[in-house]
Design a protein around this ligand. Structure first.
Ligand code: ADP
Ligand code: ADP
Length: 233
């Protein structure tokens, strides 16, 4: 069974008396262990798609099942619960709490999920170690490089062992060397079985994925496997 099943999704925005069809009959299935890059020009519907997949926004029409659960029928409270337990979010600008140590940033989603303090700390330290930040746990974001901050946010995204990792331009704020480091973390996570969906403009990011889904004008115009870069390089 697919982890994500989107059937005939429509998302409409109304601005004054104008209606924008940001998603037009989009259907997509993603299975456990996939690594999918979502591409397409500005305004093609990528963010809208991420908001729907991430349960930040409900589709105007169509069915969405995440891990077997009917998201399109969920209440706002249920959506918040699904977001916190099933999805790990990674953003271009990291979205870390500024005055808060790395380890506490990583603990936050577990706090919301009701995990006890001892277990929170144990899991946060394991997640930070997994992204190579065991020696930076007490640093605040402004004491860390961009790549280190993104690694904290990856650790935070992993905290509740989500069904999917959802990353929106995760390397958009990073230089090319740091981009490569972050991509190798994604690669390791995917090799270990984590399902990853990443919105990106960058070819290097898409080359790490196994599948590219390309949007144009609110529709999928291409859905194809990535020829494995590692064979060539
Ligand atoms: P909220 O999250 O409170 O719904 P948003 O920040 O998404 O609000 O949007 C606020 C308003 O700005 C929306 O009502 C919408 O009309 C407009 N808006 C937001 N994003 C876009 C966009 N990408 N294109 C056009 N209008 C937008
Ligand atoms: P992308 O992420 O590919 O740049 P978006 O999903 O942000 O595309 O936008 C798709 C279309 O929907 C665009 O025409 C955009 O202006 C519109 N749009 C996106 N969000 C909103 C919003 N909150 N309110 C109104 N229009 C929006």
């Amino acid at each position: 069974n697919p982890v994500i099943s989107l059937q005939d999704i429509e998302k409409h925005y109304r601005i004054g008396d104008q209606e924008i069809r940001a998603l037009r009959g989009v259907s997509l299935e993603i299975h456990e262990g996939e690594f999918v890059a979502i591409m397409g020009p500005s305004g093609s519907g990528k963010s809208t798609m991420m908001n729907v997949i991430g349960c930040l926004d409900k589709p105007s029409q169509g069915e969405y099942y995440l891990d077997g659960q009917a998201v399109s029928k969920a209440s706002d409270d249920e959506l918040a619960h699904i977001r916190n337990h099933k999805i790990g979010f990674i953003f271009q600008s990291f979205n870390l709490l500024a005055r808060t140590e790395a380890v506490e940033n990583v603990e936050l989603p577990m706090l919301y999920a009701g995990v006890n303090a001892k277990e929170r700390r144990r899991r946060a330290l394991a997640a930070l170690e997994a992204v190579g930040l065991a020696n930076r746990i007490h640093n605040k974001p402004n004491e860390l490089s961009g790549g280190q901050q993104q690694r904290v946010s990856i650790a935070r995204a992993l905290a509740n062992d989500p069904v999917i990792l959802l990353a929106d331009e995760p390397t958009g704020a990073l230089d090319s060397k740091t981009t490569t480091e972050i991509l190798s973390i994604f690669q390791q996570l995917n090799d270990a079985g984590k399902t990853i969906i990443v919105v990106t403009h960058e070819v290097e990011v898409a080359e790490h994925a196994k599948r590219v889904v390309r949007f144009l004008d609110g529709q999928i115009i291409e859905d194809s496997p990535v020829v494995q870069r590692r064979l060539a390089s």
